[in-house]
Ligand binder design. Structure first.
Ligand SMILES: [Zn+2]
Length: 392
C-alpha cells in the first residue's frame, strides 16, 4: 500500500475515454507525438480519480437539528429514542417526491466530484419497504445515467428495523430476504447487498439469511461491521465471502484474521467517528493483520462528508495511516472494494481515463492538509468535467 509507483516526470496519453500510454514524458511523446490536445500539468500532480467506497448519498432532508443534542452529550441510541437518527431520515425520504430525492442526491454528487471523486458507491436504505427501496435504487440509476460520476449501487434494506416492525427484527429480515431482494435484484441495477450487523440492528443470523438470498440473486455482500461494538461483523463478512466489511472500529483480532484469509477488504470511514463522536479505528492493526484497507466518506445525514480528501486527511492524522497508504486506500483499494478494480483506480494502459490534476507539487499534500480542495481539474472518462481556474 505504500508503493504508489510515482513517475517524477510523467505523462499520460488517452483516447476514447481510456488510457493508452502511461510513463516518462519523453517516451509518451515519442510514441504519441503530434497529439492535438495537451493539458500541461508541469509542476503538478496527476493521479487517478478518487474512489469513494461507501456512501449513503441518496436521502432526503438533513439532521442538522441533532447537533445540539450531540452537544448535550446524547448518545446515538438516545438520539434515536428522541425520534432522530436513521428513522427520521427514513420518514423524510419516504415522503419526498422522486424529483426532490433525485435533485438533492445529484447536488451531493456534484460536490463529491468537485473534491475529486470520479467513482462512488451509493446505498439505498432509507425506504425500508419493498416499494420504497426499489424506488430509491431506481432514482440512483436514473441519476447515474445523467451524471459524470461512475456509480455502483448497493441495496441496504437491512439498514434498520422500520417502526412498523418494531420488536420484530426476525420478521423484517425475512421480508428483506424473501420479498425485497427478489423485487430489486432484477429491476434495480444494484450490484451489492449490505446489512448493518449490530445490537439493535440485525444479528449475524438475520444477516446470514439476507446474504444467502442476495447471493442466490447474484448480489455480492457488504457488511456494516463492528461500528459500535464487536458484533461479529468481521467474522460474518469472511464467512459469507463478502467483498468488503466496513467501519471495523471494534473488530476482534480473530475477525480481522478471518477477513485477511478470505480476502475481504476493510473499508474505513473516519468521518463517521468524527461526526458520530466514536473512537477512531486503528488502521495499523487492520493493515498488520493483512487486510487490504480502503476508505470512504460515509456521506449520510449523520456524517455529511462529500470530500474523500477529508477522509484521506483523517486517515493520516487520526487512523495511523501513512500518506501513501491513504492514497492507495482512496483509489485502487476503494475501486476493488466496490467491484471496479479492473476499470478504475490506477493509471495504466486500458484503464478508464479518470484523472485528477492537483494544484500541488507532491501527492504528499493529500493527507497532510486537514481541509481545503487540492483539485484543479477532474477528468472523467477522458472529458474535463471540473476545471477550477485560479481566481483573479
Ligand atoms: Zn454506512
Amino acid at each position: 500500500m505504500k508503493d504508489l509507483g510515482i513517475v517524477p516526470d510523467g505523462a499520460v496519453y488517452l483516447e476514447g475515454g481510456r488510457l493508452k500510454e502511461v510513463g516518462d514524458t519523453r517516451d509518451v511523446l515519442r510514441l504519441r507525438g503530434g497529439t492535438r490536445e495537451v493539458i500541461d500539468a508541469t509542476g503538478k500532480v496527476v493521479m487517478p480519480g478518487l474512489v469513494d467506497a461507501h456512501t449513503h448519498a441518496a436521502f432526503a432532508g438533513s439532521r442538522h437539528h441533532e447537533l445540539p443534542w450531540k452537544a448535550e452529550g446524547l448518545s446515538y441510541k438516545e438520539i434515536a429514542a428522541r425520534g432522530g437518527g436513521i428513522l427520521s431520515t427514513v420518514r423524510d425520504t419516504r415522503a419526498a417526491p422522486r424529483e426532490a430525492l433525485i435533485a438533492a442526491t445529484r447536488k451531493r454528487l456534484d460536490g463529491m466530484l468537485r473534491f475529486g471523486t470520479t467513482t462512488a458507491e451509493v446505498k439505498s436504505g432509507y425506504g425500508l419497504t419493498p416499494e420504497s427501496e426499489l424506488e430509491i435504487l431506481l432514482a440512483i440509476e436514473e441519476i447515474s445515467n445523467g451524471h459524470p460520476m461512475g456509480i455502483v449501487s448497493t441495496f441496504l434494506g437491512a439498514h434498520a428495523v422500520p417502526p412498523e416492525f418494531e420488536g420484530r427484527g426476525d420478521a423484517y429480515a425475512d421480508l428483506v430476504a424473501n420479498e425485497m431482494i427478489p423485487a430489486i435484484a432484477t429491476r434495480s441495477g444494484a450490484r451489492f447487498c449490505d446489512a448493518w450487523v449490530e445490537e439493535g440492528s440485525f444479528t449475524p443470523e438475520q444477516a446470514r439469511r439476507v446474504f444467502a438470498a442476495a447471493k442466490a440473486r447474484g448480489l455480492d455482500a457488504k457488511v456494516h461491521a463492528d461500528e459500535l461494538s464487536d458484533s461479529g461483523g468481521a467474522a460474518l463478512a469472511a464467512e459469507v465471502g463478502a467483498t468488503s466489511a466496513d467501519h471495523l472500529i471494534h473488530s476482534s483480532d480473530a475477525g480481522l484474521r478471518a477477513m485477511a484469509d478470505a480476502g475481504v477488504i476493510g473499508v474505513l470511514l473516519p468521518a463517521t467517528s468524527l461526526a458520530g463522536r466514536l473512537p477512531f479505528v486503528d488502521a495499523r492493526k487492520i493493515i498488520n493483520a493483512g487486510v487490504a484497507v480502503a476508505l470512504g466518506t460515509d456521506l449520510s445525514p449523520g456524517s455529511w462528508n462529500e470530500s474523500m480528501q477529508a477522509s484521506v486527511a483523517l486517515a493520516t492524522h487520526r487512523l495511523g495511516m501513512y500518506p501513501e497508504e491513504a492514497v492507495t486506500a482512496a483509489t485502487v483499494n476503494a475501486a476493488f472494494a466496490i467491484g471496479k478494480g479492473r476499470e478504475v483506480g490506477t493509471l495504466e494502459p486500458g484503464m478508464a481515463a479518470d484523472l485528477l490534476v492537483l494544484d500541488a507539487d507532491s501527492v504528499g499534500h493529500l493527507g497532510y492538509r486537514v481541509s481545503g480542495n487540492l483539485v484543479e481539474k477532474v477528468i472523467k472518462a477522458g472529458r474535463v468535467v471540473v476545471d477550477r481556474a485560479p481566481l483573479r
